[in-house]
Design a protein around this ligand. Structure first.
Ligand SMILES: [Zn+2]
Length: 329
């Protein structure tokens, strides 16, 4: 198995080539540090500017996708304490949220005094959706490069459920706590509009609707949502703000946040992630977190050894069997 000498991408990664030194095409194409730093600074300024423009114009300044994991918990802390925003947190329980995450969510929102919407989709429909997306070629290569099909599906449903709330309540910012490896700084502040959202939504909604009919409608934007005149920004602050895992864990400790003992090495909130990882490894021959952690190695915020360790840990077979049995995937 050939693996890049700089990052951890292997020869099975779609579109990869290696140079004579064993360095991959993704590392060779990666921006130089000065340019990266310039983009980061530009987005920090833009974020501050947007906050001063929109703060306190609505009941909530932002809606935050809150999984209870370390990154979104830290994001919530930053937005409330550093930027003094009025926050509505949104949690999507995909039926396999870790019990540790549930406790962590309550601890953090209680200490920060923020409102929380806790949403769980109908199990039968959720099960049907997961069985449809597991069929081959549901997602494009770009999706497959970045996450497991299960993760992409979950994030899509979260994204559109949150967009629906933000549009209906006129909330100007939708905030995700993605790590710098998951969301590049250059696309970390993104203004939506009806035509972009319609395009984004049709990629997942149309094929699901063809199989399941109108049952999936509640999880997506409706015609009346598209008629609105103002649309929110989607922002990933951890892409352009300081990201230091040790510091993050230190801050979260003060909230009584505890590290889950039941999740896989790449998640701090979700048990379903293990199954997504295993299916991805079996189907494509590379770990679905390879791209994210490779980016973090290139950014200098994760050591290559530690990145390798994360993706080489075995998935919990007991949990996978249990979930497969329930979901019939
Ligand atoms: Zn590489």
């Amino acid at each position: 198995m050939i693996r890049c000498k700089k990052c951890i991408l292997n020869e099975n990664f779609p579109g990869i080539t290696f140079d004579e030194n064993g360095v991959c095409s993704f590392c060779n194409k990666s921006q130089d540090t000065d340019l990266k730093q310039h983009i980061i600074m530009k987005h920090q300024d833009k974020f501050k500017e947007l906050i001063s423009q929109y703060k306190r114009k609505c009941n909530y300044d932002c809606i935050v996708a809150y999984s209870g994991g370390k990154d979104s918990s830290y994001t919530l802390h930053l937005l409330k304490n550093e930027y003094k925003l009025n926050i509505l947190a949104f949690t999507f329980d995909n039926w396999y949220q870790s019990d540790f995450a549930k406790k962590n969510i309550r601890q953090v929102v209680k200490k920060l005094n923020v409102d929380l919407i806790d949403f769980t989709p109908n199990f039968e429909i959720w099960k049907n959706i997961l069985n449809i997306v597991k069929e081959s070629n549901f997602y494009s290569t770009k999706h497959i490069q970045r996450a497991s099909d299960i993760c992409t599906t979950c994030i899509s449903l979260i994204r559109f459920s949150i967009l629906k709330i933000a549009i209906q309540k006129d909330i100007p910012f939708i905030i995700f706590g993605m790590s710098p490896g998951q969301s590049p700084p250059a696309s970390s502040i993104f203004k939506t509009n009806s035509s972009i959202l319609a395009k984004m939504q049709s990629i997942i909604k149309d094929p699901l609707e063809r199989k399941l009919g109108k049952k999936v409608s509640p999880y997506f934007l409706s015609e009346s949502d598209f008629q609105k005149t103002s649309f929110p920004y989607i922002i990933n602050p951890l892409s352009f703000l300081e990201y230091n895992e040790e510091k993050i864990y230190g801050i979260l400790k003060d909230y009584g946040w505890t590290h889950p003992q039941d999740t896989d090495s790449c998640s701090t909130n979700c048990l379903l992630n293990s199954l997504g990882n295993q299916i991805h490894l079996d189907n494509y021959g590379f770990h679905p977190y390879s791209f994210e952690v490779s980016e973090m190695v290139r950014f200098g915020i994760l050591e290559r050894n530690n990145a390798l360790e994360l993706i080489e840990k075995k998935q919990n077979e007991k949990i996978i069997k249990l979930i497969m049995n329930e979901l019939k995937v």
